[in-house]
Write a protein that binds this ligand. Sequence first.
Ligand code: SF4
Ligand code: SF4
Length: 402
Amino acid sequence: MQTELADFIRDTPEGREAEAILRKCVHCGFCTATCPTYQVLGDDLDSPRGRIYLMKRALEGAAVTDRTRLHLDRCLTCRACETTCPSGVQYGRLVDIGRAVVESKTHRGALERTRRAMLAWGLPRTGLFGAVLGIGQWLRPLLPSALKTKVPAQTRGAGSWPAPRHARKVLALAGCVQPALAPSINAAAARVLDRIGISLVEAPGAGCCGGIRFHLNYQEEGRDDMRALIDRWWPAVERGEVEAIAMTASGCGVTVKDYGHLLAQDAEYQAKAERISALTRDLCELITPEMVAAGSKRGTVAFQSPCTLQHGQQLRGKVEALLVRAGYELTAVNDAHLCCGSAGTYSLLQPAISGELRSRKLAALEAGAPDVIATANIGCLTHLQSATRTPVRHWIELLDVK
Ligand code: SF4
Ligand code: SF4
């Protein structure tokens, strides 16, 4: 697409990157077919092609309105469009740039600003989130039904975490909300890895990956979280104590794998960020089927592959192979490429679209009457579990079952 960027951005790193991406888009519209928001809303401006056009206009200096921002807000950043695009358009990177520009040229109402600021302030604070969740669970019987669905009735215990005993060591990311919502996930990962000769260790104080604030358009604050996390991990990385950094939440994994890009303009952190990204693996990249004890007749599973796994990290089929090896039977899931509507804070900020996508996803997942739904991201897990009685688990918890 021919573009003529405005002076305010043309000669900046963001401008150059945006221009290169925009030039790749031939406006063919293939991506609209796999865009969840286009499927729900049917408006071309709520499709990748429409949003790319809106961002192009904004970057060319055209007037930006609240409607422009609304169409970008409605985007899940699921990146299904990237998987579909035959021209290799990096929509996710473009929308990061476009959102920052549109945010700076528009003004949100006080209520919306407050809500977003509270999410950006509160969610990355692991201790605070855990305390609020505990109070919410205590008061749950008294909560209105809309709020009740957001608060899981109980948190499953973590179980034991094997002491480090192997020469092979891998760092784990505790994350921001996962330790409170599902401490069982990282503990299960530690047990499974321990059985195959790898010790999983957490660095003290290593919390949020920065994705929450970055994607709420607090981009610099998100980068602060990234730098803080690098500082926590760096001593173990620098001393060569760990061979990899394991991600048990694909939403965090897609962000950490992008640190090298997201901190490319930071002279102090750029090299460290690249090293951290290069070491980062989703858990399903660390465990191969040959490492898993073969099993049979362990029940039926519908696997929900998070967008951050299948589109963001382009990892497809790996978890499914591990579950089959362990003895689970996979049920068929239609439209498996579509987002479940969780998308970080999206489910809180765009509840109507998010709820519709969840209903569609659950119908697809439950069509084969599975015993359990498995996923690879804490956000998807809690979002789906809030609307179904079918148990929803992280896949590593299923591998941990003896
Ligand atoms: S993003 Fe890709 S698929 Fe979508 S309109 Fe542009 S070139 Fe076509
Ligand atoms: S990231 Fe997802 S919701 Fe956003 S335009 Fe692409 S396909 Fe649509």
